[in-house]
Design a protein around this ligand. Structure first.
Ligand code: NAD
Ligand code: IPM
Ligand code: MG
Length: 361
């Protein structure tokens, strides 16, 4: 049966990188007979400009009826003066909560060819393969009350609320333990249980859930230490499970271990593996519209889409192999230059090269 994939390019470099990822999907459709139907929609600033809303009803409807969603990035300086409740980022957050995408998988994998592109010493990152499991629909991102209010003194007060319920913690913990069972069987839960009650509960629930996964070795770490350890000795980690906010920050930090934030894909899944797939980076306004952005994180997100939502591990592997071959051939966008002689390519040239490798397989 033909699967519908919603294509939401968004803002900044979003349309540029998504164009390359769509070329990959079209190649799979035309050359590998993958039965897919692509349908585009507006999200973020592009949607605000066209409709006044960052998540128009037509886009939400498309995302709900699609089998999977591919998103570029949202946001940018043009919309920064808008009220936070109607900014482009709300479009993305709205999709995550409306589609109940509570499990965000962010694999941090170093392609061997990029060891010298990392700002860390090659021996510190060689062989790196971490999975960050980020809770995505709770925490301070969605907690109530929130807002900016004026106190009786006339002074303004900004409020956000960090909340987690046991069931929210338990379901993300189960995703993380199940992932660890399939990998090196090590799970590190990252929290701030020494200060924040919500994450004290996090630690209690994760510990309780661990009894159902006796083969997985569970450790706990405070988030400040985790940030340091990720830079000091990142290979000590196998799977990391953490809260929405900590996962956001730690995954940007960890991305640099792989050479560039332009390399990190993600999958945001609901309880039935329906998913939204996006690079972890943003709309990169500083390089938008210049054909400079690295499209590989988005192309690798397509691989995750095939693996998790379309159950086509063969095609996911084919994409990952094509990316590897392109890197082996010495092609680099500007963000992943390391020591050595490389061919510096544009966004489009990188996408074309991946497609050519796929076609040759
Ligand atoms: N998922 C998303 O849609 C998402 C994620 C993060 C930030 N944002 C939004 O993006 C906007 C810009 O945020 P920011 O500057 O803090 O973060 P950013 O991730 O957009 O950019 C950070 C830095 O990384 C570089 N970079 C990012 N992606 C790249 C790529 N594919 N290739 C090469 N270089 C790349 C940028 O040029 C920039 O120097 C903001 O509006 C923010 O809210 C959106
Ligand atoms: C744009 C923003 C809402 C988003 C987040 O904070 O989750 C982004 O930083 C991400 O990592 O996907
Ligand atoms: Mg982020």
């Amino acid at each position: 049966m033909t699967k519908t994939i919603a294509i939401l390019p968004g803002d900044g470099i979003g349309p540029e990188i998504v164009t390359e990822a769509v070329k990959v999907l079209e190649t799979l459709r035309d050359k590998f007979s993958l039965a897919i139907h692509l349908e585009s929609g507006l999200v973020g600033g592009a949607a605000i400009d066209a409709t006044g809303s960052p998540l128009p009803p037509a886009t939400l409807d498309l995302a709900k009826r699609a089998d999977a969603v591919l998103l570029g990035a949202v946001g940018g300086p043009k919309w920064e003066s808008l009220d936070i409740s109607i900014r482009p980022e709300k479009g993305l957050l709205g999709l995550r909560s409306e589609l109940k995408l509570f499990a965000n998988l962010r694999p941090v994998v170093l392609f061997p060819e990029l060891a010298s592109a990392s700002t860390l010493k090659p021996e510190v990152v060689a062989g790196l393969d971490i999975l960050i499991v980020r809770e995505l629909t709770g925490d301070i991102y969605f907690g109530q009350p929130r807002g900016i209010r004026t106190l009786e003194t006339g002074e303004k007060q900004g409020i956000n609320t960090l909340v987690y319920t046991e069931s929210e913690i338990e379901r993300i913990a189960r995703v993380a333990f199940a992932s660890a069972e399939q990998r090196q069987k090590k799970l590190c839960s990252v929290d701030k249980a020494n200060v924040l009650e919500a994450t004290e509960l996090w630690r209690q629930v994760v510990t309780r859930v661990s009894r159902d996964y006796p083969t997985v070795q569970l450790t706990h770490m405070y988030v400040d230490n985790a940030a340091m350890q990720l830079v000091r000795a990142p290979k000590q980690f196998d799977v990391i499970v953490t809260t929405n906010m900590f996962g956001d920050i730690l995954s940007d930090l960890a991305s640099q271990l792989t050479g560039s934030i332009g390399m990190l894909p993600s999958a945001s899944l609901d309880a039935n593996n329906k998913g939204m797939y996006e690079p972890i980076h943003g709309s990169a306004p500083d390089i938008a519209g210049q054909n400079l952005a690295n499209p590989l994180a988005t192309i690798l997100s397509v691989a995750m889409l095939l693996r998790y939502s379309l159950n086509r591990v063969d095609l996911a592997t084919a994409i990952e192999r094509a990316v590897r071959q392109v890197l082996q051939a010495g092609l680099r966008t500007r963000d992943i230059l390391g020591d050595g002689q490389y061919t510096v390519v544009t966004t489009r040239e990188m996408g074309d090269a991946v497609v050519a490798q796929l076609r040759a397989q």
